[in-house]
Design a protein around this ligand. Structure first.
Ligand SMILES: Cc1cc2nc3c(=O)[nH]c(=O)nc-3n(C[C@H](O)[C@H](O)[C@H](O)COP(=O)(O)OP(=O)(O)OC[C@H]3O[C@@H](n4cnc5c(N)ncnc54)[C@H](O)[C@@H]3O)c2cc1C
Length: 463
């Protein structure tokens, strides 16, 4: 029966994908690539065909690319029905149908949820609505922000110094604008990379002329009589004039439309097994609902089977491909999503890359280069194992570090440096903030055993 069902599904089943962005598109392409000939529907609340988000805080902000020209390249022709500009508003798990906000219903045999995340808005609505206050997640956000920046803006305040906020600050400085960055933690990027690397990021901000205010929160945004933002009030009682405020307080997962559906979906995303099959609210895996991309959280063998939710471009692609494969193959051919977490950022002329899960590490060793020169490789350790690495302008070492993480190499590392004298042979505390405080980094839900106990050798498949 199971094999017959899969054969039928591949030939004439109905697959619906909710979320028509990076993960949704790559999943649709993979379904067709792997021989799915049934009906394919993509539902997206944005009116645009899938576009790429990373350029929005980089080349688009700098005017080197236009927000309209960020469409994702297509890997193949896609025979699919696109329902764009209409959000999915509900899910009937038993009846196998997606309810749309316009009242229509779309039936499915298998469903992929790839609704991603949205920018966390400024929490005071009347202040968030002031002219000149922006978030940056969508193409429309980027269009509005770039127009404002080019229309004679002078003073920009960025609230939050995670990756997105730091990239916005960097682009605005490059445009010659005055920039203040307000950050609750002691330095930029601490949620993602810890305090030691955060201190290096802070130097980058300062050297590039950013007025960096740390260990402060923004208490109010002040508007003028015309409803335009004019100042930002900080918890140290200082007031900073601003005609543009970019709120960069991390993200919220788009799961509200699933409330009451019976799926295991909530503010942390949608939990799934390693094969991308969603859990229902009882923790029982579903057979016909799959998840991928920023909205998903799934266990990773390499990190003690802890549930990882990753807001990484590469993760969205790899998870979409795995989910699509598993949706239309016999159970025995399913494969786990075992992508090695990895991301990049460019800011203040520095190319930052990371592999593994830095916030899992409690210690850090600089193994190549030096933080003083902003060109280095840092390796994170957790209970005697290498779990992550970060590079500043030194990406050629990443592949090597990745192998170390895959093999569960011992930490502190003992191999000698080959290009420069390392900063010190002793690991230091990586200095991550209290995990109960909000951070901007990839989130890791600790629910597995310690990776230090791992006895497996991780051998990623190449497909
Ligand atoms: C400014 C910016 C810069 C970035 N830079 C980097 C970078 O340098 N490196 C990196 O690794 N990653 C970066 N990222 C992250 C990367 O873009 C994401 O990981 C990626 O977009 C995730 O793809 P996704 O398809 O899972 O989710 P998304 O791209 O968030 O797409 C989800 C889609 O679903 C839609 N949707 C939501 N709810 C519904 C609903 N109910 N019905 C229908 N549709 C719905 C959303 O509107 C959206 O179109 C950046 C992101 C941003 C915003």
């Amino acid at each position: 029966m199971a094999a017959d069902y899969v054969d039928w599904l591949r030939r004439e089943g109905r697959i619906v994908i909710v979320g028509a962005s990076l993960a949704g598109l790559r999943a649709a392409e993979t379904l067709r690539e792997e021989g799915f000939t049934g009906s394919l529907t993509l539902i997206g609340d944005e009116p645009y065909e899938p576009y790429d988000r990373p350029p929005l805080s980089k080349s688009v902000l700098l005017g080197k690319a236009s927000p309209e020209h960020t469409e994702l390249p297509r890997r193949r022709e896609l025979d699919a029905e696109w329902r764009l500009g209409v959000p999915a508003a509900g899910l009937d798990l038993t009846g196998k149908r997606v309810l749309l906000a316009d009242g229509e219903e779309v039936d499915y045999d298998r469903l992929l949820i790839a609704t991603g995340v949205r920018a966390r808005p400024w929490p005071v609505p009347e202040e968030a609505e002031l002219d000149g206050v922006f978030v940056l997640r969508t193409r429309d956000d980027a269009t509005a922000l770039t127009e404002k920046l080019r229309a004679g803006a002078r003073r920009v305040v960025v609230i939050g110094a995670g990756f997105a906020g730091s990239e916005v600050a960097s682009a605005c400085r490059e445009m010659g604008l005055e920039v203040t960055v307000a950050e609750r933690a002691g330095a930029p990027l601490v949620g993602a990379l810890g305090g030691v690397i955060g201190a290096v990021a802070a130097e980058l901000h300062l050297e590039n002329g950013v007025d960096l205010r740390t260990r402060v929160t923004v208490t109010a945004l002040e508007g003028d009589a015309m409803g335009r933002v004019r100042a930002v009030h900080l918890s140290d009682e200082s007031v900073v004039e601003a005609d543009v405020v970019v709120v960069s307080l991390g993200s919220m997962r788009n799961t509200e439309w699933l409330s009451g559906s019976g799926l295991g979906a909530g503010p942390r995303g949608i939990a799934s097994d390693a094969g991308c099959r969603a859990f229902d609210f009882r923790g029982i895996v579903t057979d016909d609902v799959f998840v991928a991309g920023d909205v998903a959280r799934s266990p990773h063998a390499l990190f003690g089977y802890q549930f990882l939710s990753l807001e990484h471009w590469g993760n969205a692609v790899a998870q979409a491909e795995t989910a699509a494969h598993n949706m239309i193959c016999p159970a025995s051919d399913r494969r786990p999503h075992m992508w090695m977490p990895a991301f990049w950022s460019s800011q203040f002329g520095v190319n930052i890359k990371s592999v593994g899960v830095p916030p899992m590490g409690d210690e850090l060793m600089i193994i190549q280069g030096s933080t003083a020169e902003r060109r280095f490789v840092g390796v994170y350790g957790f209970k005697g194992r290498v779990v992550a690495a970060v590079t500043f302008d030194n990406a050629r070492w990443l592949e090597y570090c990745q192998r170390q993480i895959e093999q569960g190499a011992p930490f502190p590392v003992e191999y000698p440096t080959v290009d420069r004298r390392p900063e010190g042979r002793q690991p230091v505390a990586a200095d991550f903030p209290d995990p109960s405080l909000p951070t901007h980094g990839p989130t890791v839900t600790l629910s597995g055993y310690s990776p230090a106990d791992r006895r497996l050798v991780f051998t990623p498949g190449h497909h």
